[in-house]
Design a protein around this ligand. Sequence first.
Ligand code: KG4
Ligand code: ZN
Length: 387
Amino acid sequence: MKILAIETSCDETAVAVLEITGSKIKPNFKLLSNQVLSQIKIHKKFGGVVPNLAMREHRKNLPIILKRALAEAKLTPPRPPLLRGGSKKKISSFTRRGKGEVNKLDAIAVTYGPGLEPALWEGINFAGKLARLWRVPLVAVNHLEGHIYASWLESEPPKFPLLALIVSGGHTELVLMKKHLNYKILGETRDDAAGEVFDKVARMLGLGYPGGPQIARLAQSARKYAESQRKSAGKFNEIKFPRPMINSGDFDFSFSGLKTAVLYYLRGNPCADKAAVAYEFQQAVVDVLVKKTADALRKYGVNPHTKKFGVGVKSLVIGGGVAANQALRHALGALIKKSFPKVSLHVSPLWLCGDNAAMIAVAGYFKARAKKFSKPEKIKAQGNLKL
Ligand code: KG4
Ligand code: ZN
């Protein structure tokens, strides 16, 4: 089975082709193409993503990367005029397995939310047109399920029940999944998302967009400097920011107070060492994310002390742009090793943390398998779509 996936929820235009072989119990995923065209350069000068610009760029980029993806995946490409609306007859031969037919496409998956609605609509309309022209069924995918399902592209997939921590530019959520496509949100951010607060603090520090990688780089330089002074970066750093809601006893997050604390600190200390600020800020975010994840593992996994089960979480999945953060990856790795050695950790590989269509294709496969297809005209962009 082959799935073509389209992702346009924010500032990455992405198209992927995924081949699925093996059995239903143990499907094998082979990514035949994973095209991502980033618009970062365009939005950078505005300090964030401009929805209408993103929409325009998606419209321009989609036909280009579709062509590239089809070529790379060696799917019989429809001739160029067909992409602009050729005859149905010619195109349907693209999907039908016939004489001389090289390849077949079984479904198209498309992100329908959450995200920027004008941007989402571009992907949805494009996918709808292809689905009609090629007569292929369409699957609507939630971007957040994509971030979770990215972990199925690893050689060892996660096991149910699993706990997922989604940390992206728009979301911070702890989710419990007892089986495929079954999501229970345990907690989420009450204000800013983790990635959002990285971006905002980066702006305060005069760093570029997106801020996450820039803060991570600065924080790393602070750590290296501290090490060169034979001190741990934590002890070396005299700045202390709050860890909001770290002991709230629930699984919700709040990062806007942390953002304000950084703002006030910078106002009061205009000559502050930016690397030290970045280090302490990043550490505050990581501490909260790790503590809440540990709390959730304790409640829903095996209690390491009493050996009693919650629901017995077997895997921890981390996905979303902020999952690329090395300090977070390191801290979660250390947590699992120390306190939850029986839980398998699945942190998306770096190339799958940011937005891409490969993850949408995997989620699309599980939805297609469950026969969750949608008619093109029924799919609507939903900026605030929940899991
Ligand atoms: O998942 P994603 O690519 O898009 C959304 O779905 O929102 O996440 C983007 C977010 C941005 O806020 C970006 O600053 C953050 O992920 N990010 C990072 C890192 N790389 C990207 N945050 C912290 N550390 C990083 N290394
Ligand atoms: Zn994302």
